[in-house]
Structures are given as C-alpha cells and as structure tokens.
Design a protein around this ligand. Structure first.
Ligand SMILES: C[S@@+](CC[C@H](N)C(=O)[O-])C[C@H]1O[C@@H](n2cnc3c(N)ncnc32)[C@H](O)[C@@H]1O
Length: 309
C-alpha cells in the first residue's frame, strides 16, 4: 500500500467551535437549517454559486464562527481527495452525508478525476434536504445523488434496481457499529470486490475497534469467524453510550443489517492515516484496499485472484 502523509500540525486559526460536552446536543438542534440561512444570506453568495470551494469555505466559516458541525473537515478530507485523484473511482459511495460537506468535497474530486457518480446515503430526510440544497448550489447535482434512507436499505435498493453494481471507493462516516455490518452487506452483494477501496472516518475519535479488527484480519481468521457466527451482528458493547445511542432520539432503536455475513475470502491491505478533526482533535482515517480474493483451498495468506491494476 502506498505511504500516506501524516499531518503533524493543526492550524488553529481554522479550528471549528469545539464539539459540545456530553449531555448537550451537537447536531439536530436546528443548526443544520441555520447553516442554510447563513450560506444563502452570505455577502459572497454570488461567488459561492456554482463553486464547490466557495460552498466549503462558507460551511467552514459557519463551523468556525457559529456552531460545531460534524463534518470530515479539510485535513481528513485531503486524505480522501488524494485517494480519489490516485484511484480515479467511477462510482463512489458515502455512508452518512449530514449537511453535505463530504459530498461537495469528494463529489467535486470525483468529477475532476473523470468519475461518473457519487452516491450520498443519508438517513435523516432533513439533513438530506440540506445536502441536496448545498450540492445544487455547488453545481454538482449532475454527479452527486443523495439517497434518503438507512444505509443498508439504500444499498440493497440501489443494487436491486441495478443503479449500483460496483463500489470503487466507499467513505464510511455514519453510525459507528454499522461500518462492519454495511461492509459485509456490500461484500455479500459483490459491490465490494478486488479493486475496491474503503476510507473509514473516526477510527480514533471515537474509534471503531470491531471495524478495524475486521479489515485487518487474515482471510483464515475471517473464515473461521464466518463459520462460527450465526449472523453478521456487531457487538455494540465496545462503543461508548454517546456513540451507541447517538441517533436514538430521532431514529429509535438502531436496526443493523444482520442477515448476511459478508465475504471472508476477500483479502484486504489496511492502514491508518493520522489526521485531525476540524476542531483540531486528533483522529484518523483507515484506508483499506481490497487486493484479492482467496480460493477456498488457499490459506488466506496468498491471493489467487488479485486485482489487475
Ligand atoms: C458524521 S455525520 C456525516 C458527515 C459527512 N460525511 C461529512 O463529512 O460531511 C454522520 C451522518 O450519518 C447519518 N447516519 C447515521 N446512521 C445512518 C444510517 N444507518 N444510514 C444512513 N445515514 C446514517 C447521520 O444522520 C449523520 O448525518
């Protein structure tokens, strides 16, 4: 796997407002609609129109001067835009769109790299409406499609409708325990195959041990777990209550996709790239390349069907 640069310093002048303390809402308290008013009444609105960079700058200004927003931000964002420039995905999917920061940043990068589609999967219809508005403002509606619903339902529907047949690059940034279950669903549907690349946000803050364990496991270990497990369920015990129950107020009890157990024969090459949240708090993105698929009789150390490029 090519080396990724590690960001050593964070430029404090661009820091977002800190995330609110536990017990205080840090999203879904009206700030997402407030952001829209802020952007559309911005003195530079005419320059912002049709400019992805202008839209991102206005969102960053809101995060810096008004309220915290749970965006990937430009430090971690650069790790993924570099990956897009290198991998040149035709089809990219993000799980969790929020107000559209990553959809605008990565949708623009996919377009520049010659790609044809960026799917932003967002469960909250109010947030999805904000994404659609900002994507339209940025002039990216041709390439970025916002899909409203839970990620697992949307993946299944897009696949069944043949609108999504392969994922070249996937950005995972939604409900933390769903990273693993949704990845296994994509493996099962053969949306993720040799050649696919995954970029998973927040693997340090708040962290995602079950996901890291899965993408770093050998094929032999995954096969063993596949045979032993009854379902694709993830133990949510390792996640703190704040993250486990993050969306409970709005969405109720989380329903993870547990009916499929993935494809344990896929061989991954995975590593962490350190970076920062837009507040300056250290975080990291796990970059995982699917480099092969191992035949049943092989032991998981060698890959028989490696990707061609
Ligand atoms: C951290 S935010 C995404 C930030 C965005 N990727 C960015 O960097 O600009 C997480 C989002 O995932 C959404 N979400 C959580 N669970 C989801 C699920 N199962 N399916 C789809 N969206 C989900 C939440 O509503 C929230 O908007």
């Amino acid at each position: 796997m090519p080396q990724h640069t590690q960001t050593d310093d964070f430029d404090q002048t661009k820091a977002y407002q800190p995330q609110e303390e536990e017990g205080t809402a840090f999203f879904d308290d009206g700030r997402e609609i407030d952001l829209l008013h802020f952007v559309y009444s911005h003195p530079s609105i005419e320059e912002i129109r049709g400019s992805p960079q202008g839209v991102l700058k206005a969102i960053d200004e809101y995060g810096r001067t008004k309220k915290y927003l749970m965006n990937v931000g430009d430090d971690k964002g650069r790790i993924v835009t570099d990956l897009i420039a290198d991998r040149k995905p035709q089809v990219m999917v993000e799980l969790g769109g929020y107000i559209g920061y990553s959809a605008v940043l990565f949708g623009d990068a996919v377009r520049k790299a010659g790609g044809k589609r960026y799917f932003s999967l967002e469960r909250n219809p109010e947030f999805a409406a904000v994404i659609m508005s900002l994507v339209e403002l940025a002039g990216l509606s041709e390439i970025v499609k916002v899909v409203v619903g839970s990620s697992a339902d949307s993946i299944k529907r897009l696949h069944a409708e043949k609108r999504l047949e392969h994922i070249d690059l996937m950005f995972l940034d939604h409900y933390k325990p769903a990273y693993t279950t949704d990845l296994k669903l994509c493996e099962h549907l053969r949306l993720v195959t040799p050649g696919s690349v995954l970029a998973a946000d927040n693997v340090i803050k708040p962290g995602n041990p079950p996901y890291l364990e899965y993408v770093r496991s050998s094929v032999a270990k995954k096969r063993h777990q596949y045979t032993a497990a009854k379902t694709n369920g993830v133990d949510t015990g390792g996640f703190g209550d704040r993250w486990k129950n993050q969306y409970q107020k709005r969405e109720g009890e989380e329903k993870l996709s547990t009916e499929v157990k993935g494809n344990p024969h896929l061989l991954y090459d995975s590593g962490l790239v350190h970076s920062f949240e837009p507040t300056g708090v250290p975080d990291g993105i796990e970059i995982t390349r699917c480099v092969g698929e191992v035949d049943d009789e092989q032991d998981g150390m060698a890959s028989s069907k490696t990707q061609s490029s």
